[in-house]
Design a protein around this ligand. Structure first.
Ligand SMILES: C[S@@+](CC[C@H](N)C(=O)[O-])C[C@H]1O[C@@H](n2cnc3c(N)ncnc32)[C@H](O)[C@@H]1O
Length: 205
């Protein structure tokens, strides 16, 4: 089993789930302002992937049905505990690389900081295309590898640390992964430098 395989990443997030919210607090003071901007696109039958401890969930209106999945039962249980009374949210333990959903089910797929962690991101993105309706839309808030001369290699150098400790990469080329998965209509909304952005993917099929 490789050190970035699915079972390993699941174990790391189960471990990380115990202190995820506390550890991420400094980053979250910055990230939190982008979450409402992501969730406001939710319409129709919504899937949130890699929901984690549920940081986006407070922004969904009560009349939107959300299926929230995560690979890690530890992360998922934190989210469930935070929102015991949100009747419009269904939590499921599921791997985005191979879900049990039918084809063409979701109108909107939302994820924040997920494809930094999915062991095989192109496989996960292909699965999104399969389960998203042809007219559906995918919105991904992601931190990615910088293409800047000095910062990019620094992120490469330090990448093994967060992967081994927590389960996420800081040097994913998510733009390339999205293209490799066959998506063509991709808009990038830049939030910070060339590192923090939202991908808006349309014309899914
Ligand atoms: C960095 S956390 C982000 C959590 C949350 N979306 C947020 O914004 O705080 C990445 C999440 O993706 C989940 N994840 C990683 N690989 C996954 C996979 N293959 N399928 C589903 N979830 C996955 C992890 O368990 C973790 O909860």
């Amino acid at each position: 089993m490789s050190w970035t395989g699915t079972e390993i990443i699941k174990k790391r997030y189960n471990r990380y789930s115990k202190f995820y919210d506390i550890f991420e607090l400094p980053m979250e003071t910055f990230f939190s302002k982008f979450r409402p901007d992501l969730v406001r696109y939710a319409e129709g039958n919504v899937l949130e992937i890699g929901v984690g401890t549920g940081k986006n969930l407070e922004y969904y209106p009560d009349d939107i049905q959300v299926t929230a999945i995560d690979l890690s039962p530890g992360m998922l249980s934190k989210a469930k505990k935070k929102f015991p009374n949100k009747k419009n949210i269904t939590f499921l333990e599921m791997d985005i690389q191979s879900t049990t959903f039918e084809d063409n089910v979701f109108d909107t797929i939302i994820g924040s900081f997920v494809f930094c962690s999915v062991p095989d991101p192109v496989k996960g993105l292909n699965e999104l295309r399969r389960i998203c309706k042809p007219g559906g839309k995918i919105y991904l808030l992601e931190h990615v590898r910088s293409n800047k001369k000095i910062i990019g290699p620094i992120l490469d150098l330090f990448n093994p640390i967060p992967v081994k400790l927590f389960g996420f990469n800081i040097n994913r080329n998510t733009t390339n992964n999205i293209k490799e998965a066959g998506f063509v209509n991709i808009v990038e909304k830049i939030y910070w430098s060339d590192i923090l952005k939202m991908y808006i993917i349309t014309n899914i099929k």
